[in-house]
Structures are given as C-alpha cells and as structure tokens.
Ligand binder design. Sequence first.
Ligand SMILES: C[S@@+](CC[C@H](N)C(=O)[O-])C[C@H]1O[C@@H](n2cnc3c(N)ncnc32)[C@H](O)[C@@H]1O
Length: 297
Amino acid sequence: MYHRSVLLSESIEGLAIRPDGIYVDATFGGGGHAGEILKRLTTGKLYAFDQDEEAIRNSPGDPRLVLINNNFRYLKNFLRLHKAIPVDGILADLGISSHQIDEASRGFSTRYEAALDMRMDTRKDITAGTIVNTYPEEKLAMLFRVYGEIRNPGKAAYLLAAAREQKAITTTQELKDVLMACAERGKENKFFAQVFQALRIEVNQELEVLKELLKQSLEVLKPGGRAVIISYHSLEDKLVKNYFRSGKFEGDVEQDFYGNKMVPWKMITRKPIVTTDEEIEENSRSRSARLRIAEKL
Ligand SMILES: C[S@@+](CC[C@H](N)C(=O)[O-])C[C@H]1O[C@@H](n2cnc3c(N)ncnc32)[C@H](O)[C@@H]1O
C-alpha cells in the first residue's frame, strides 16, 4: 500500500463538499483523500498537487481531476492558470507519505542506510547532505533546537562540524554514528527521529511553504469555503491554529479603528480533531495527527 490515509472521514466531512464545487487537495500522495472527494463530486472538479513525481503516478485518470506535479506554495498561480479561482474547499494532509518513509533510498527513515537526501521533490538541489556538510555550526544548532526540539542542539552541531572537517558525512548511518554521543541511553530512536525531523523540515522548507499555503488559501477560497488541514508536528499545528484564529501566524488579532476584531476565518474546530485509539492501533503513524477546519468569512 502506498499510503494509509489519516483522519479520512473526519477531514472529508470537514470539507462539506458540494457535488458541483471546485476543490483542492494540496497533498495528493496515494490519492486516498482525493478519491473520497471525487466520489462526492458530480460536475465538480478537483485540483491536486504533489511535488513528488512518484505520487503523481497514483493518478486514477479521472477526467474531473487535474494533477499538478508541483509545490503547493504555487497554489494561487496554478489555480489562476487553470481559471479555477475561487474554490469551495482546500484540504492539506501535510508531511510525507508512508511510501516516502518506507522507500529506503529517499533517506527519510532512521531505520535504513541511505544517502542523506530527504527531498520530497527530487528535482531540487538541496538535500540533507548539503545541510549537514555546509551549514554553519550555529545554524545547525538552531535547526536542531527549533525544528528538532532536541536537548543538546549545540553539542550535536559541534560534533557534526568537527566530523565533517575530517570527511564529508554522506549517509544516514554516518550521521547517526557521529551523533550517537548526544543520544540519551535507551532513547536513541526518539533522538534520531527528532534529528531527522529537523533536517527534513529544513530540506523541504516545510514551515515556509505551509505559511504560503495558508495565506493563499484565504485569497483563493470563496466566502464560506473551507480549509481543512492535517498536521503532524506541533510547529505546523501552531501555525495553522494561529492563522485560523487570527489571520496571523503569531496569533495576535488585528482590530479596526473602532476596536472590532478583524478575523478572516470562522473556526469550525475549536480544538483539533485527533485520531481515535482504533485508528492509531491500525496505523501508528497517525498518532500525532491534528486536524483543524476553518471557514472563510
Ligand atoms: C501525508 S501524504 C498525503 C497522503 C494523502 N492524503 C493520501 O490520502 O494518500 C503527503 C504528500 O504531500 C506531498 N507534499 C508535502 N508537502 C508538499 C508541498 N509543499 N507541495 C506539494 N506536495 C507536498 C508529499 O510529497 C506527500 O506525497
């Protein structure tokens, strides 16, 4: 199986699909969410993005589906090109698919020996290897602290900077060997997962592109149109929460001259929807999922 869709019924319900509407799936992956949207459309259309060309091969060949092999940071441009603005709903199921994790050569998994890659879009130049071998030590420490939330980011960055003086670090195993001294005994897996997460976020600029997606969603949605976002780590979820709550990433609500709050969204979910124990049992990767839904005012 390419990917097991997470929070499928909850997210599709959240889109409140109109059969003749225009929808966007920003993260096509294995096409699980897209397939459910298509089932609910009659004359409607679905524009789906994925920057990984392997995902594009999952196309069901449905005439109502337009698949775009590009980054969702270009949402507005592509929708304009297809004369699809305004749209009725946008869904994004962020992060990487099971296929990307399980495909050893992509370098996403701490479990496999592979080149330090981690690009979702393999046409891009910057890999995890570029970051590990060329970023200044302070920048590496910042990535490990902010994106990885590891306990000793300075030490990890120092060890990498010292090791690469001797020889470039080119594989996942070499990276783990260099950093092993930073990992708490018995918690090595968690530590390396955090290190890999930090590198992956930087390689794919995951927080920057999410901000662009959210801002452009507000621009392309019809009033009453829904944005449905599933995120998998707290940094992403915080951006989504703040943006839905206030229209700002920092969460501060703007007021007009008279002191009225200027909020562009109505939050449909006050608290994020999370996976049930049943879903987690079937698919442990769904554990960290947070679903938030908002309606454009
Ligand atoms: C979690 S999977 C989506 C799975 C999908 N919802 C399903 O049910 O099969 C995320 C997918 O989004 C893609 N992706 C992540 N960030 C992206 C971005 N900024 N632009 C385009 N595609 C992106 C990844 O390549 C991956 O295939």
